[in-house]
Design a protein around this ligand. Structure first.
Ligand SMILES: Cc1cc2nc3c(=O)[nH]c(=O)nc-3n(C[C@H](O)[C@H](O)[C@H](O)COP(=O)(O)OP(=O)(O)OC[C@H]3O[C@@H](n4cnc5c(N)ncnc54)[C@H](O)[C@@H]3O)c2cc1C
Ligand code: SF4
Length: 339
């Protein structure tokens, strides 16, 4: 690990100013970075994938709401510094937001979730082995150096949202609940001040610039995550398929939330993990189900549509059938939920 400077910030606005003042003009992203739970940041610093000159610790910011969960009739608002384990233990999350609960409890280990924050979780970096090992060419780590995964061992890699420059999978689970449930995030510290954006606009497709992973400007800090309430909230679940049952990232996953009456789907939200380069909303699948009776046949048609545009590599074509089965399983499981 390279030597770095550490500074603890007390005020959210000051934190954003610190990042900007410590940023080197030509290297804004690596010169100074926030650290929250540190479970992702220190991992990648140890591997020397990330080499920030400055770490700005945001754990002691004075705004208490950043560590709180607020419930209203309109939905739920998480402070970005809420720990994953605090969110999963919240009684309202447990009873009213099963999809959020499921994505949290199936992530990492309880020890990691005790440290990790919600804001840090959604910005975690990919687990692509070639990104993590600095001796390999990697466009995400070192722009225009090439992508070792394209012709390499790409069993874990993405099949949706990929480009000729990067096929790295977005690794997180919580983000699948957020994108399925139309969450929004609050951000401060940008050139134009505070802003509020759909969560779906946060992560960016790799395209020709895989080193740019999100739409945050240098110094911007995520402060809150809002999830609106809706009639689909209770009839929801997250199915995560992985190589071992716990403490493992997804091979495929499906986050499903439905609003149904008499077995007819009125509203439908499906997000996929483990198969895409960003948190992935399966809109083609949703379209097929809306207004239809939910049964194995319609669920299978929806799953087929979700993977219609999949682009597979030498070792990851197996994700297509498993991904489809994961969607069908999640839809039929949700159908059985008694409200
Ligand atoms: C062995 C292992 C297994 C794991 N398994 C899973 C899994 O199955 N599913 C899953 O979802 N995750 C998994 N994780 C990832 C883990 O959940 C993340 O490391 C964690 O959520 C990151 O949160 P953090 O607070 O520690 O972030 P940090 O490491 O502190 O930060 C992560 C990134 O977010 C930035 N950041 C943090 N907070 C903010 C903010 N408020 N605004 C702007 N930028 C911010 C930091 O600058 C950094 O770039 C695993 C991790 C490990 C080590
Ligand atoms: S898939 Fe992306 S992260 Fe992995 S080696 Fe290729 S460019 Fe790098």
């Amino acid at each position: 690990m390279e030597i770095f400077n550490y500074q603890r910030a007390a005020d959210p606005q000051v934190a954003t100013q610190l990042i900007r003042s410590h940023a080197h003009a030509s290297d804004l992203q690596s010169a100074a970075q926030y650290i929250a739970g540190g479970t992702n940041m220190t991992d990648y610093m140890t591997l020397e994938v990330l080499r920030p000159k400055w770490l700005i610790d945001i754990n002691h910011l004075s705004d208490a709401r950043l560590k709180q969960i607020e419930h209203t009739d309109r939905g739920i608002r998480f402070g970005a510094l809420v720990k994953m384990s605090e969110a999963e233990d919240d009684p309202i999350v447990q009873s009213q937001y099963p999809l959020i609960r499921d994505t949290l409890v199936t992530a990492a280990s309880r020890q990691i979730r005790n440290m990790a924050t919600l804001g840090g979780n959604i910005l975690q970096r990919t687990r692509c082995e070639y990104f993590r090992e600095t001796s390999w060419p990697c466009n995400k780590r070192n722009p225009n150096s090439g992508c070792s995964a394209l012709a390499g061992i790409n069993r874990q890699h993405a099949i949706l949202g990929v480009s000729n420059h990067c096929i790295a999978t977005y690794a997180g689970d919580f983000a699948q609940a957020l994108i399925a449930l139309d969450a929004t995030i609050e951000i401060i510290g940008g050139a134009n001040g505070a802003r509020h954006i759909p969560f779906a606009n946060l992560h960016t497709l790799p395209g020709t610039t895989p080193h740019i992973e999100n739409s945050l400007q240098p110094g911007e800090l995520i402060t809150f995550i809002n999830v609106p309430a809706g009639p689909w909230m209770r009839r929801a679940c997250y199915i995560k398929v992985r190589d071992r049952r716990s403490y493992q990232f997804a091979i495929t996953s499906a986050a499903v939330a439905l609003h149904m009456e008499n077995n007819v789907v009125h509203d439908c939200r499906i997000a996929l993990g483990g198969v895409a380069t960003i948190p992935w909303r399966a809109q083609a699948a949703e379209k097929i189900l809306k207004g239809k009776v939910l049964d194995e046949r319609s669920a299978t048609l929806a799953a087929d549509a979700a993977f219609e545009n999949a682009i597979t590599g030498e070792y990851n074509a197996f994700k297509v059938p498993i991904g489809k089965q994961t969607i069908v399983r999640a839809l039929l499981e949700v159908q059985r939920i008694k409200i």
